[in-house]
Design a protein around this ligand. Structure first.
Ligand SMILES: [Zn+2]
Length: 255
């Protein structure tokens, strides 16, 4: 029975049977895993409150046939400040949904783990503009997952997008994963595409290039940025279905 140790962030916690819980964690060393915490709902559980959603923990687990069993837990960060504030908690729920959509695979990627950790850390320290953290997180996670949003040139004709504003609106085309120039849009692109208000492209570029901690979107552009980000995640979400089957995925574990 292989035992493994990793750092992980609790994404979801579901009651199971009389006293147990099944937890989905995104781990630093094994990607997404599902584990059972036996007896965690008993008052004298040795786990105490150490496996609350969003907590970052060091844990020990052994592999089972259908589920791994968690045996030891130490809290590294509880992100209590995120869980206890409704606005932050809602934003964190969005981060988790984005993780499920884009990073559902069980291949370990420490960059994804670090990105999620930094997003929660940033949220915990912020009193406002939580939406910019969520947008920056989704854009950066898209890049790490191989679905980077194309922001330099038109996805259809490859024309540089700088200086095209005079010709009319730029458009975002979700199925193409990038921005369409006004000419290509007029030429009859038939898929879903919606206009980007002035400044949106620059706001997206800034979110991609700056560190997560500095994620800021100018007032008035937040909604158009969020619309692009949400459409992009939905259009490029390969992990959606597989994450729901999490307990069946059994590979990429360190021995
Ligand atoms: Zn074009």
């Amino acid at each position: 029975m292989a035992v493994y140790k990793s750092k992980g962030i609790v994404l979801r916690s579901i009651r199971y049977g009389e006293a147990d819980r099944i937890l989905d964690l995104y781990t630093r060393d094994a990607g997404s895993v599902s584990v059972i915490a036996k007896g965690i709902r008993r008052t004298k559980s040795r786990f105490g409150g150490r496996l609350e959603p969003l907590s970052c923990v060091d844990f020990l687990a052994y592999e089972g046939r259908t589920l791994d069993t968690i045996t030891q837990v130490e809290v590294l960060r509880s992100f209590h400040g995120v869980r206890e504030d409704l606005a932050r908690l809602e934003t964190a729920g969005g981060l988790v949904a984005t993780m499920r959509a884009l990073a559902g695979g069980d291949e370990a990627d420490r960059r994804v783990f670090n990105l999620l950790y930094h997003a929660l850390d940033t949220l915990e320290g912020r009193t406002e503009d939580h939406g910019s953290v969520a947008s920056a997180f989704a854009l950066k996670l898209s890049m790490l997952s191989g679905y980077a949003l194309r922001l330099d040139a038109c996805v259809s004709c490859e024309r540089n997008l700088d200086g095209l504003a005079d010709e009319g609106f730029l458009y975002y085309a979700p199925p193409l994963g990038g921005v369409l120039c006004p000419e290509c849009r007029r030429a009859g692109y038939a898929g879903d595409a919606f206009p980007l208000p002035d400044g949106t492209l620059d706001a997206l570029r800034t979110l991609v290039s700056r560190p997560l901690k500095e994620a800021r979107v100018e007032d008035g552009l937040g909604e158009s940025v969020r619309r692009v980000v949400a459409a992009h995640v939905i259009a490029h979400a390969p992990g959606n279905a597989s994450f729901l089957d999490a307990p069946d995925r059994r590979s990429a574990r360190p021995a």
